[in-house]
Design a binder for this molecule. Structure first.
Ligand code: CA
Ligand code: CA
Ligand code: CA
Length: 183
């Protein structure tokens, strides 16, 4: 029997694995830099372009935020244990969750919105799943859940709300709980 706590632990672990790009057990500035580079390149933004720099800056800000909020042993990086303890505090206080992570999600959204019209559609959406390395099946489920109003496009609020729910919800059937693949 799977408990809600197990679900959250698995989701937090998956999120940590995604952020710890070199799998050394710590989230460090270099991890964010690699993710920023991958994400920008995936959407065709050249290295050094304004968009690539903005995403890099936003990720470094979020690293600073998580170190301030979670780095209990003060070594300037966030271990898996620190991340779990910190995230539990964040999902219990959604205002704190927004303050710490929203800059990263907004910058990602801007990076993915290639034509700059304020919504994600068509190729922009296809590229998101591709950049995150999702299977076709998971991508299809993700889209069904993320596109709350079913208009085939993803708004900034839909993008953020889904991500937030992924971390905060303890319901395996909630939209958002399957983000990054089936939980
Ligand atoms: Ca790392
Ligand atoms: Ca630490
Ligand atoms: Ca767009």
């Amino acid at each position: 029997m799977t408990t809600a706590t197990d679900l959250r632990t698995r989701k937090f672990n998956r999120f940590f694995d995604l952020l710890d790009t070199d799998s050394n057990g710590y989230i460090e500035p270099e991890d964010w830099a690699r993710t920023a580079q991958k994400f920008s390149a995936g959407f065709g933004h050249a290295e050094g372009s304004a968009q690539a720099k903005a995403l890099h800056r936003a990720y470094q800000q979020v690293h600073h935020n998580i170190v301030s909020a979670m780095d209990t042993d003060g070594d300037g990086r966030v271990s898996r244990e620190e991340f779990h303890a910190g995230l539990h505090r964040h999902v219990a206080d959604l205002g704190l969750l927004d303050k710490t992570f929203r800059p990263a999600l907004d910058a990602e959204f801007d990076t993915a919105d290639i034509n700059g019209d304020g919504v994600l559609q068509g190729e922009e959406i296809d590229l998101i799943w591709k950049v995150w390395g999702m299977s076709e099946k998971d991508a299809k489920t993700a889209m069904e859940q993320m596109d709350r109003d079913g208009d085939g496009r993803i708004s900034r609020d839909e993008y953020y709300a889904t991500w937030r729910e992924y971390l905060a919800s303890e319901d395996p059937d909630a939209p958002g709980s399957w983000l990054l693949g089936h939980p």
